[in-house]
Design a protein around this ligand. Structure first.
Ligand code: ATP
Length: 228
């Protein structure tokens, strides 16, 4: 479902972040992307949701070639790709409910559909009781759960996570991982860049290690493989 073919990325300042990557990720997989700082992990996953465009190569997700797609079609493609970040990126002036609903309103769903679906995803992340709260009124772990709810509300086939536990304590990180596992078990493909050695070595999944913009390792149930 995700197919990268001979992908290269050089930033305008000349930094060669990705140097010839070929990879296939199947529907329903859970993949960790690991590697030293600056190795190209974020660039690798940013290209998957078309935040960055490769300098060369093809990236095909659900039969759409993200490299060739026209700018005006990008919002449609992004609907099928949920994204979460280390710093949550919630809208501070909207409630939990509104943050999640917003992702549906922009695609012109009916109010009743929105209500049903938002409450359903808030249930999945166990936050129905905080629907009226604002981001500053809830914990970091809860904020990340809101971000997850927002990312899955349109039922994407892929969820991309860039260091989703980076700002959370170990216990809260595990809560987030259990939710991500549940979402993966419901059929969503997950690609997660992480520095969390304990999680990678405990909750074994496919591990793709990136070093100097290349795939250095790709293992079915791999380990983290670095000191930190
Ligand atoms: N927008 C940008 N413009 C120029 N160079 C960039 C840009 N973003 C990243 N880089 C450079 O590209 C290389 C890869 O960066 P990237 O953020 O993909 O690494 P990373 O593996 O995610 O690192 P970290 O683990 O520290 O988040 C680095 O040398 C970085 O400085």
């Amino acid at each position: 479902m995700i197919h990268m073919k001979d992908v290269w990325k050089t930033y305008p300042n000349g930094v060669m972040a990705i140097n010839g990557i070929n990879v296939d990720i199947d529907k329903g997989e859970f993949v960790y992307v690991v590697g030293p700082s600056g190795a190209g992990k974020s660039t690798f996953i940013k290209m998957m949701y078309r935040e960055e465009k490769p300098t060369r190569g093809d990236i095909i997700i659900n039969r759409n070639n993200l490299v060739k797609v026209k700018e005006r079609h990008i919002p449609y493609i992004r609907r099928n790709i949920g994204v979460i970040f280390q710093d949550f990126k919630l809208l501070p002036n909207l409630s939990v409910y509104e943050n999640v609903a917003f992702a549906m309103e922009v695609i012109e769903e009916s109010k009743s559909n929105i209500r049903r679906r938002v409450m359903k995803v808030l249930e999945i992340v166990r936050l129905k009781n905080k629907a009226r709260f604002f981001p500053h009124e809830i914990s970091g772990g809860e904020q990340q759960r809101v971000a997850i709810a927002r990312a899955i509300v349109n039922n994407p086939s892929v969820l991309i996570a860039d260091e989703p536990t980076g700002n959370l304590d170990p216990e809260t990180s595990w809560e987030i991982m259990h939710i991500l596992e549940e979402i993966n078990e419901r059929g969503t493909t997950i690609v997660m860049a992480t520095h969390n050695k304990e999680i990678v070595n405990t909750l074994r999944k496919r591990v793709i290690a990136i070093e100097d913009g290349r795939i250095a390792r790709d293992e079915v149930k791999g380990d983290y493989g670095y000191e930190r």
